[in-house]
Design a protein around this ligand. Structure first.
Ligand SMILES: C[S@@+](CC[C@H](N)C(=O)[O-])C[C@H]1O[C@@H](n2cnc3c(N)ncnc32)[C@H](O)[C@@H]1O
Length: 301
């Protein structure tokens, strides 16, 4: 069979299967592209040039085997093929960390303008870094940045370190194990964070694909908001006077606004898709510090 025939047949089968797309790719076609790149060991450009290439029987069998794992075990495609593309970069991905899919990609694309100027030397912290995707993409595109990749999970940090080496960013990026800011010191010009923000009740109702991701990457107590509010409370101690915090809470943006009604949130508008990243200057975080403190005293032991 020719590649174009295999592509169509595989997309048909995946489209009619009871699977959830949304772990870095939104549609069956894109999942099949990842699958074919992996089995044929080619990049995207090479794959596009192979439309009329004959695919041999062992390769066809491999494609079918991975497809059946995807459909029957509901394992996200990125875990099956071992990689994911984020901000135009290829990351090694496995079940040690969440699959990259953050709208931070659009902020990286625009260089976090007008809030910070990453063309000048800057100290950046990617808190809750997982695979390292956000911090490593910042380091790749802004060579003046020094980036600390911070996570509580030793397993996720191993993967972040492997991605640092794969992207040849060892001179700019360092992994640090820390429970939020507990082991951190110094001041950062930019803190970016995509922390866990899913409530336990929401987590149990998620499609089966999510059960393959580390639970600690997703779930946070008190309507998902315990970790995000802790970050809002602690961040000003780790920001320079002109520094900014960008915090992602995804579809729970309304929840965060509602539990802190006195806080004026500045939610970023995205053109390509995604939602739920707010931005705070250090001075605004200090202005609202008492509200964050009261929330934590009331709801967090
Ligand atoms: C939603 S994932 C984000 C991963 C990555 N930044 C991304 O966007 O793909 C959240 C990450 O927070 C980490 N995490 C959970 N609790 C933490 C804590 N108390 N301190 C530091 N990191 C934590 C998890 O291990 C996980 O890697």
């Amino acid at each position: 069979m020719l590649l174009k025939e295999i592509f169509k047949q595989t997309v048909d089968e995946l489209s009619h299967a009871d699977v959830f797309h949304g772990h870095g790719v939104e549609i069956a076609e894109d999942e099949v592209v990842l699958l074919l790149m992996s089995v044929l060991d080619v990049d995207f450009v090479e794959l596009n040039e192979m439309t009329n290439t004959a695919i041999n029987s062992p390769q066809q069998a491999k494609i079918q085997a991975v497809l059946q794992q995807r459909i029957q075990q509901k394992i996200p495609m990125a875990y099956l093929v071992g990689f994911s593309v984020f901000a135009g970069l290829k990351f090694k991905i496995d079940e040690r960390a969440l699959i990259p899919r953050s709208p931070f990609v659009e902020l990286i694309d625009s260089g976090f303008m007008p809030w910070v100027d990453l063309s000048k030397p800057a100290k950046v912290m990617d808190l809750c870094t997982g695979s390292g995707c956000i911090g490593l993409a910042i380091a790749h595109y802004f060579s003046q940045c020094q980036v600390d990749l911070v996570d509580l999970s030793a397993a996720a940090l191993e993967l972040a370190k492997e991605n640092t080496a794969q992207l040849e960013l060892d001179s700019q990026c360092h992994v640090i194990q820390s429970d939020l800011f507990d082991s951190m010191a110094g001041q950062y010009d930019l803190i970016v964070t995509n922390p866990p923000y899913v409530a336990e009740e929401e987590y149990v109702a998620l499609p089966q694909e999510y059960s393959h991701e580390p639970k600690m990457a997703l779930v946070s107590r008190f309507q998902g908001m315990e970790i995000p509010v802790k970050i809002l409370f602690q961040a000003p101690d780790y920001l320079s006077d002109d520094g900014y915090l960008f915090l992602e809470v995804g579809y729970n943006d309304q929840v965060l606004s509602e539990i802190l009604p006195e806080v004026a949130f500045n939610w970023i508008d995205f053109t390509v898709g995604g939602q739920g990243i707010c931005v705070f200057s250090r001075s605004d975080l200090l202005k609202y510090r008492e509200s964050f403190k009261q929330f934590l005293e009331k709801h967090v032991a």
